[in-house]
Design a protein around this ligand. Structure first.
Ligand code: NAP
Length: 302
């Protein structure tokens, strides 16, 4: 960690700032935020797998950074890898977030834990906040455990579930970049038609996260896009807005993709509480892509 000057600038501590969601937050918050994570790109170095073993690291992190708000956007997000590494998934996605939330609570900071629609089984989506989690995968169950552990550690925390996040990103890893890479190269991309969800533009998610963190809301809140789409339908929309050849998108069934972890199929999130409260709405694909096209933050627009 960089030392005493951190607390002068750090209203917000973003754990996982090198990721897509954390990166969108850091961009929005500018100098008010610092990032914690395991790569040297982070001013605050912390490996959540180790922190899960030694929770005192969370107290040391809070003592040094003195944030008012802690956003836990770091997670083991490789859904298939989690399946074969459940101990790692639970440490990173549940034990460590709970330790961070507990340490944040001790210094009076608000915790926002970013979670996922993969806590649901995809039998009856789209889901609002009252729906009962029933995860199908190790990733989903580790995130569901993380939600409960964070809320036990700090009942004032907010758990923001989101899904299929896309938009400008320095690492260029989200689905839209992969789609564009394939179509640009004239390669067919097989995309599941039966994974139905509500794709979420990352810049709007970041704005909503910041607003919700400053609200008096606590507990579970969904923040997702307004349109319920199969992954193939979403791909077609992105391709159309980007002027790419959508005929290279091949709709397939999830079963044919041989994915290791089971995915919730009829999923998607209803942002009931966020809408009632009046947080920044998440735009649909066309408006999101129009915003993204004029953006120079991520890699070149697909
Ligand atoms: N992207 C989506 O479509 C989506 C959908 C629903 C929910 N979410 C949720 O949103 C949150 C953010 O996702 P994202 O898309 O931003 O993920 P991401 O791009 O994969 O980034 C994950 C972040 O977690 C960090 N991380 C992973 N393991 C770590 C460890 N052991 N110690 C410290 N940091 C570690 C990564 O750091 P390194 O760079 O060092 O690996 C990276 O900063 C997650 O909680 C995820 O469950 C995302």
């Amino acid at each position: 960690m960089a030392g005493a000057t951190l607390s002068d600038v750090c209203d917000w501590l973003v754990v996982g700032g090198t990721g897509q969601v954390g990166g969108a937050l850091l961009r929005l918050l500018g100098p008010r935020a610092i990032s914690a994570g395991r790569s040297p790109a982070n001013p605050c170095l912390v490996d959540l797998e180790q922190l899960a073993e030694e929770p005192g690291q969370a107290d040391r992190l809070m003592a040094e950074a003195r944030p008012r708000t802690v956003v836990i956007a770091a997670a083991a997000t490789n859904v298939d890898r989690c399946e074969s590494e459940p101990a790692m998934a639970n440490a990173v996605n549940a034990t460590a977030p709970a330790a961070l939330a507990r340490a944040a609570h001790r210094i009076g900071a608000k915790t926002v834990f970013v979670s996922t629609e993969y806590v649901f089984d995809g039998e009856a989506g789209p889901y609002d906040e009252d729906a009962e989690p029933r995860p199908l995968s190790v990733y989903g169950s580790s995130k569901a455990a993380g939600e409960q552990a964070v809320l036990s550690a700090d009942p004032d925390a907010i758990v923001v579930r989101t899904t299929v996040v896309y938009g400008p990103e320095r690492q260029g890893r989200n689905f839209a970049y992969r789609l564009a890479g394939h179509l640009r190269a004239g390669k067919v991309l097989r995309v599941p038609s039966d994974q139905i969800s509500t794709p979420t533009y990352n810049r709007d998610l970041a704005t909503a996260l910041v607003q919700l963190a400053q609200s008096s809301l606590r507990g579970i809140v969904h923040v997702a896009g307004p349109c319920l789409l199969g992954r193939d339908g979403f791909a077609v929309e992105v391709a159309r807005e980007a002027g790419l050849d959508g005929t290279l998108i091949e709709s397939v069934k999830t079963a044919s993709l041989s994915q290791v972890a089971r995915r919730p199929l009829r999923a998607g999130l209803i942002s009931r509480r966020a809408n009632e409260w009046g947080s920044h709405p998440v735009r649909g694909t066309a408006a999101a892509v129009a915003d993204w096209r004029g953006d120079t933050y991520g890699l070149t627009w697909p």
